[in-house]
Design a binder for this molecule. Structure first.
Ligand code: FE
Length: 230
């Protein structure tokens, strides 16, 4: 009787293996599962933030703590000034927060801050599309160098790793950005840097758009909070 029981168990296990191919389930209902996954899938930015909450597993995943960034407290007396888009905007930039690699020429620059609504509340999921000249003052109009879009994280923060933009004829150093709130409002503006002599000779320059610049060894950190009226 015991032998029969063991034989029966072995046969049952074999049968389970035969009728349980791992790929059957996903292919059986792709139409149901795929849209559900896409709809609930967090953006890469949100994924990084989620990983931050459990920090130790991905210590390099959070640029705010990795770079010891001290974001300015929200101060929202005035909405951020609008500025001209200029001639070099291109839609379709890749989603990324890092615009440089180890071969990029220029002075490394980190830019960070909040996107806030007129009630001074951080706005998660706001779209920021950055574009700028390289360190020599040239825009990449054929490709997407020094162009990238991202979404604010669940705390309403953005982070950009780039280089200090170069000068070009008629313009001081500046970074362009187009911001869209989840509700649809769009702000197009530019960021400027303090103590740049050309600021005084640029008709578009606006001192209200100066970043708070922190020089560090080998790089600069620029803080700026965007305040957008719904
Ligand atoms: Fe420009």
């Amino acid at each position: 009787m015991r032998r029969l029981l063991i034989l029966f168990m072995l046969l049952s296990l074999s049968a389970c293996n035969l009728v349980e191919p791992a790929l059957t389930f996903p292919t059986a209902s792709p139409g149901v599962t795929l849209p559900t996954l896409l709809a609930s899938q967090p953006t890469p930015t949100q994924t990084i933030v989620a990983a931050t909450a459990t920090a130790s597993s991905q210590p390099d995943g959070d640029p705010f703590s990795t770079n010891m960034l001290q974001l300015p407290a929200p101060a929202c007396a005035q909405p951020t000034h609008q500025q001209t888009e200029g001639p070099y905007y291109k839609s379709g930039s890749p989603e990324r927060r890092v615009l440089i690699d180890s071969n990029t020429q220029g002075e490394k620059l980190l830019v960070a801050g909040y996107v806030l609504d007129q009630n001074c509340q951080p706005v998660p999921g706001a779209l920021l599309d950055f574009w700028q000249a390289d360190a020599s003052g040239a825009y990449d109009n054929a490709g997407f160098n020094f162009r990238g879009h991202q979404f604010t994280d669940e705390q309403g923060r953005y982070f950009l790793e780039t280089v200090v933009p170069g000068l070009y004829t008629g313009r001081t150093e500046h970074i362009h950005v187009k911001i869209q709130l989840p509700a649809g409002q769009v702000l197009t503006t530019q960021l400027y840097f303090p103590d740049v002599p050309e600021n005084n000779n640029d008709d578009i320059f606006d001192p209200a758009l100066l970043v708070n610049l922190e020089p560090r060894e080998g790089l600069y950190v620029a803080y700026f909070n965007f305040v957008i009226r719904p």
